[in-house]
Ligand binder design. Structure first.
Ligand code: ADP
Ligand code: MG
Length: 702
């Protein structure tokens, strides 16, 4: 422990701002900072000096290789390692790293998904250094956060659109800040994200016994365990020693990489946990979350555990999300989503709030699409997860404010009420302005919005790109109206604008229970969309208004967003295809043979009893045998039906046709087969069941 008890390891593997300051000539450091702060391209000479300092630092830390670390559209990060070794003649080598190598690299792009943007023979793709996210060392390799694009300049990754969305939002948010006098002299706004990461931890040996978990990340079979999460005893429960050891190790590894892992606790489902970092700028936060997922898996492995980051590893118990806490802050530290004590008279806040309300309503389909994934299809709308319907929770105070404004009434300042515990020696404290509504997909939580629909395995890039873009669009519209309005008229104009906006978009506000069936009906009445699956949600990407939005703000070209749509739909079909094949494999090679063996044992018992005497009863065996025979027969029929559905799946010119086919034909066949297998599990002797059950898995770590 060093000063202030901050662990010395903190950030030890990050080429941080501090390290740069220390190691770069003052002028170079300032030039770098200025270029990134003002969105200016970097001078090659400066890049050379940064590269050199970076290399020296990395080699001191034991690194031998470097890589441009990027996020292609596969959803995981990619890296191609090169060593620092450079020949200098005479068979001699030096450890070298040039500015050119830092700035760009050229991996073969042909095997990354591009959704028809780049035909595979045009293999050229470039990665380019993103100086706004710090480089770090992982596995003795200097990782340089990078963007990834094709030879023709089309975006092939998730980070470039995110960076563009931050710029677009910055431009429009600054117009608003300036309209309200910009008292702190802010030059830029950035968005921040705190991504709460949920995950499951199970025993690694048991994990390896499940073909479904190994190949698809989720259980494709499994009868409901006798005890699930109904006792609600796991949430914030005592952390078990093996889990604690994992979390402690995880913290250390994350701290080294500069990820401020802050809270670790147990979640609602047995064996489910969460890690929340301290929020940071979205670009860095997104990179850090990718790292977090990777480190979680590798630390788990060291502890002989498997970390499941899938949205729904187990049917019937909670799935995992990644709550995306999002806010907008000026470079002078003003959080634009902070209502303050008197939000009614905080005009700038009212404009920001109205923009979010309008944006989420107008682009609810786009927000739904950007969190859609095959895994999230199982989670949204099931077992304590927000539904597939987008709505906003404002909390009581802001709802009262919104209602008053809509009605054209005034509001008094909100007084934070004191919490009285009824116990004299407990110190008094002020209550939060908002209670929690854990059921809302998009909740205002004090000074940020928490977008809870994001799936646990998703990159944070997608949702934040869309949030920033939507906000940019609405702020632009508002700024166009308010700019140039004389100061004495500003308040009146703002109030009229905010009131009109609330009136037109209040349908998106819902403070009630999002888990209820009534809400589904009510939402439909309000005309809100309920896009249940990937096949329903992804087409939102290519609706005209959405293509126009991303094009206008230069986030994606139409072609680029269309390619996102194609890749996403294709991934949906492929995922279901792989899951279905895995299920058929498990049925034919494991479940059916095991049940056959068990039936033989039961039949033997009947035969033995009959051989001894017809007086020995064997009714229960006979009944059991009949059930086993009927179910296993049905299982094989369902398996054939599933295989038939798979073989009739045809590649279609229109990816939507294919996706709908998987949704309507393959998925139901999987569910039907699973139901039979799960029933068989409940009547087959444990010794015969070919793989660990839900009870074995979810209570495997102690
Ligand atoms: P809750 O318990 O209501 O979920 P926390 O204070 O624990 O809220 O924060 C949850 C996450 O939100 C953390 O990752 C935290 O760093 C992040 N967060 C807090 N304030 C902000 C903010 N202004 N902008 C973005 N994220 C934030
Ligand atoms: Mg939260």
């Amino acid at each position: 422990m060093g000063m202030n008890n901050v662990p010395e390891i903190f950030g030890s593997l990050v080429f941080s701002d501090e390290v740069m300051h220390e190691r770069l000539p003052n002028q170079t450091y300032r030039a770098l900072k200025e270029a990134t702060a003002n969105n200016q391209p970097l001078d090659p000479d400066i890049a050379q000096q940064v590269a050199s300092a970076m290399k020296t630092w990395a080699v001191e830390k034991g690194a031998t290789h470097y890589t441009h670390w990027f996020q292609p559209m596969t959803g995981v990060t990619a890296e191609k390692h090169d060593s620092f070794i450079t020949p200098v003649g005479d068979g001699k080598i030096i450890m070298d790293f040039s500015g050119k190598e830092l700035i760009r690299s050229e991996p073969d792009a042909s095997s990354f998904p591009s959704g028809g943007i780049r035909s595979t023979f045009e293999a050229r793709g470039y990665t380019a250094w993103d100086p706004t996210s710090p480089a770090f060392i992982k596995d003795d390799t200097l990782c340089i956060p990078s963007i990834f694009c094709s030879y023709g300049g089309q975006v092939l990754d998730k980070k470039t659109p995110l960076l563009r969305s931050i710029q677009a939002m910055d431009k429009q948010a600054m117009r608003i800040v300036n309209i309200f006098g910009n008292p702190t002299g802010a030059k830029h706004c950035h968005s921040s994200v705190g991504g709460e990461q949920e995950y499951f931890l199970i025993d690694r040996d048991l994990f390896n016994e499940r073909e479904d978990l190994v190949t698809t990340g989720r259980t494709l079979f499994g009868a409901k365990p006798p005890k699930g999460q109904e006792m609600e005893d796991h949430y914030f429960g005592t952390i078990k020693p093996a889990v604690k050891a994992f979390m402690a190790d995880l913290d250390v590894e994350l701290w080294k990489l500069g990820v401020y892992a802050k809270t670790e606790h147990s979640e609602v489902a047995p064996s489910q946990h969460e890690m929340a970092p301290i929020y940071t700028e979205t670009n860095v936060g997104t990179d850090q979350n990718q790292l977090t997922m990777e480190i979680m898996k590798s630390v788990a492995k060291k502890h002989n555990l498997a970390c499941l980051i899938h949205e729904k590893p187990f049917a019937g118990i909670n799935g995992s999300g990644k709550h995306n806490n999002w806010s907008i802050t000026t470079d002078t530290g003003i959080n634009l989503f902070k209502p303050g004590k008197d939000p009614y008279n905080n005009l700038q806040f009212l404009v920001m709030l109205a923009a979010v309300v309008k944006g989420v309503d107008e682009y609810q389909d786009l927000l739904r699409a950007c969190v859609a994934s095959p895994g999230n299809d199982h989670r949204l709308g099931a077992d304590e997860a927000p539904p597939a319907i987008v709505s906003i929770y404002l909390g009581d105070d802001l709802l009262a404010l919104e209602t008053a404004i809509e009605a054209g009434e005034q509001m008094e300042a909100i007084k934070a009420s004191e919490m009285k515990s009824g116990v004299k020696f407990i110190p008094k404290f002020k209550k939060d302005n908002t209670d929690r509504n854990r059921t809302s997909p998009f909740a205002f939580t004090g000074n940020k919005f928490e977008f809870r629909m994001v799936g646990s395995s998703a990159s944070l890039a997608g949702p934040n790109t869309m949030l920033n873009t939507i906000l940019a669009e609405e702020l632009e519209g508002f700024a166009d109206i308010l700019e140039g309005v004389p100061e004495e008229e500003l308040e009146e104009r703002v109030r009229a604008l905010v009131r009109k906006t609330f009136k037109e978009h209040s349908r998106i506000i819902f403070n009630g229970n999002n888990y209820s069936d009534e809400w589904v009906v009510e939402a439909e009445r309000r005309g809100l969309e309920n896009l249940r699956t990937c096949a329903d949600a992804f087409p939102a990407y290519i609706r005209e208004k959405n293509l126009a939005l991303v094009e206008k703000h230069k986030i994606y070209t139409r072609e680029e967003l269309t390619s996102r749509y194609e890749i996403s739909m294709d991934t949906y079909c492929k995922t279901l295809h792989i899951e279905a094949l895995t299920m058929a494999d498990m049925v034919k090679k494991s479940i059916y043979p095991s049940v056959l063996a068990y039936m033989t044992t039961v039949a033997d018992s009947i035969r033995v009893k009959e051989a001894i005497s017809t007086n020995v009863p064997h009714e229960s065996e006979s009944e059991l045998l009949t059930s086993l025979a009927a179910l296993s027969d049905s299982l094989m029929k369902k398996c054939k039906a599933l295989e038939a559905a798979l073989s009739s799946a045809e590649k279609s010119e229109d990816i939507k046709v294919e996706a709908i086919y998987y949704r309507d034909n393959v998925f139901p066949a999987m569910q039907e087969m699973r139901a039979v297998a799960d029933e068989l599990e409940t009547i087959t002797a444990k010794d015969y069941w070919p793989f660990p059950t839900y009870t074995d898995l979810i209570y495997s770590v102690n």
